[in-house]
Design a binder for this molecule. Structure first.
Ligand SMILES: Cc1cc2nc3c(=O)[nH]c(=O)nc-3n(C[C@H](O)[C@H](O)[C@H](O)COP(=O)(O)OP(=O)(O)OC[C@H]3O[C@@H](n4cnc5c(N)ncnc54)[C@H](O)[C@@H]3O)c2cc1C
Length: 483
């Protein structure tokens, strides 16, 4: 029997699992997908918000600013890229200026550090490409940008380095109460755990309903995005939000941690929790809305569009509590934005809650906070590159030309704990395929490397989920060539 089963390996589940691995516990991480962070954690704005937005009496307000303050150290420990570039909420009229003042006041209540209200000249000095119709802004220097799925992968890897187990392709289909805990049905497999932590994102309500009556409902709220090529990465230097108003929360324009520009998202309630399709109408809406921030957006440099689904709970806040009907079963549901920013503080809270529920947990004296550094070839100096190639010649073979990702990095990404098994898995960990050509050149080579390293036939290597095959057979072995 496991001590704790964590359902869902998004940013919430992996943060909690890593925090739990500081204690002497038998921990199991479970996900229905074939990789860590294939849900909402894969597709969002990637902002570590400062925390001035939500009210202090909401969980969203309570956990955001403390979470923000924890990121720098965590990213350092786990070798995850993070940039504290600060954010601006820009306004264009009197009404916006009043909103900015309210956000500032709320930020002070939430203990957000270093905020300033800027006038037009100050804003344009910081961001010369913004529209000169801007009248002022709220500046929050503590806001940052990150790669959320790289963070989740690092957390899962570190939790496993510290003894946690992981099972993927494992959908929890039912949960039954048993003596001293729960039995989780995962296809035709059964797993027992004394405590269960439900971090199932848009499906958290389904998982809750397996052990208790329906106390909350999650509606997916879709957001569309564009990504621009790195050649225009200096369009803005801070995360630029438009002032929220009764017309909506506005569209952001922000640099990504790897040097692209991200534009989006919109907001649309949908019924289907699997619907990640983009629509031309919504993308056009974003395109137009973003021009209010700056007319300088070079839309011909778009390299990708995508959507993410916010797990919006009907109670309008994060649900972080032990189920009233199921002892030892903790719901961490409705984790929409700022869930990424709040995640480390949520994890700490949940583990303290489990300590209370269980009557105490013994520390893992062998806990290691760091993980093996990831060699990012394109960030090295020429001397460092030469050194790395001398050690391992596979770092001298560039596989992804757009992002300069080497074979050495790809092999490393496959063989770590929670390693890559798919082309998208390699992409998430190394950035091969994230560049201008979007994998046009490197994908076949990545398939070859995955097959070789995993001891699989190339035909068994998927792009992403289990049904996303790439190859179906050898062309010259089909009937046409046998004649
Ligand atoms: C458009 C958009 C923009 C956002 N921008 C920001 C932002 O800038 N900053 C910020 O702080 N937050 C942001 N967020 C919110 C943030 O992305 C989420 O709060 C966070 O990713 C939620 O993580 P999670 O672990 O709860 O969910 P997920 O990442 O969805 O993980 C849930 C996991 O549970 C698994 N699962 C589900 N059902 C089962 C089952 N039955 N059995 C096994 N596994 C199961 C799924 O496969 C999935 O991997 C944004 C969200 C969206 C959609």
């Amino acid at each position: 029997m496991y001590d704790v089963a964590v359902i869902g390996t998004g940013i919430i589940g992996t943060f909690i699992a890593r925090e739990l691995s500081k204690y002497q516990l038998k921990i199991l991480m479970i996900d229905k997908e074939n990789d860590i962070a294939n849900g909402t954690t894969m597709a969002n704005s990637a902002i570590i918000h400062a925390g001035y937005d939500a009210k202090a009496d909401k969980n969203k307000g309570k956990f955001n600013a403390p979470g923000n303050k924890m990121y720098e150290k965590l990213c350092d420990e786990l070798d995850v890229p993070f940039k504290k570039i600060g954010s601006l909420v820009i306004g264009f009229d009197e009404e916006d200026q009043n909103t900015i003042k309210e956000l500032y006041k709320n930020g002070l209540e939430n203990d957000v550090e270093g905020m300033e209200i800027l006038n037009k000249e100050q804003v344009l000095e910081m961001e010369p490409n913004l529209n000169d119709t801007v009248t002022g802004a709220l500046y929050a220097p503590s806001a940052g940008i990150i790669s959320p799925f790289e963070m989740a992968i690092a957390l899962a890897e570190n939790a496993m380095d510290n003894g946690a187990e992981l099972i993927l392709n494992s959908e929890v289909t039912d949960i039954k109460k048993v003596d001293n805990g729960y039995m989780l049905e995962i296809g035709d497999r059964k797993v027992e755990a004394q405590y269960v932590i439900n971090c199932a994102g848009v499906y958290a309500d389904h998982i809750n309903n397996m052990v208790a009556s329906s106390s909350f409902e999650i509606k997916p709220r879709k957001g569309h995005y564009f990504i621009l090529d790195k050649s225009v990465g200096s369009l803005v230097n801070h995360v630029i939000f438009q002032c929220p108003s009764d017309k909506g929360k506005g569209i952001l324009v922000a640099p990504t941690v790897h040097g692209n520009i991200l534009i989006g998202p919109d907001s649309e309630f949908i019924d289907d929790k699997e619907n990640l399709g983009t629509t031309a109408e919504r993308l056009d809406f974003i395109r137009t809305m973003a021009l209010k921030t700056t007319t300088q957006i070079p839309y011909h440099t778009i390299i990708r569009s995508f959507t993410g689904l916010r797990a919006t709970a009907d109670i309008g806040d994060f649900i972080i509590e032990e189920s009233k009907e199921a002892k030892g079963f903790i719901n961490v549901g409705g984790i929409e934005s700022p869930g990424l920013s709040a995640a480390p503080a949520i994890a700490e809270y949940v583990v303290n809650l489990l300590k209370e529920i269980s009557g105490g947990m013994e520390e893992n004296e062998n806990f290691i906070a760091t993980r093996k550094k990831f060699i990012r070839f394109n960030e090295l100096t020429d001397e460092e590159k030469a050194e790395v190639i001398k050690e391992d010649p596979r770092y001298g073979r560039v596989i992804c030309r757009c992002e300069t990702v080497t074979e050495g990095e790809i092999v490393d990404s496959i063989h770590r704990n929670a390693g890559a098994t798919t082309v998208k898995g390699v992409k998430k960990r190394t950035r091969s395929g994230m560049g201008r050509c979007q994998g046009g050149f490197c994908s076949p080579k990545v398939v070859e490397i995955l097959a070789r390293e995993l001891g699989e036939e190339m035909i068994n290597i998927n792009l992403d989920s289990l049904d996303s095959y790439i190859l179906t057979g050898k062309t010259k072995e089909n009937d046409l060539y046998k004649q």
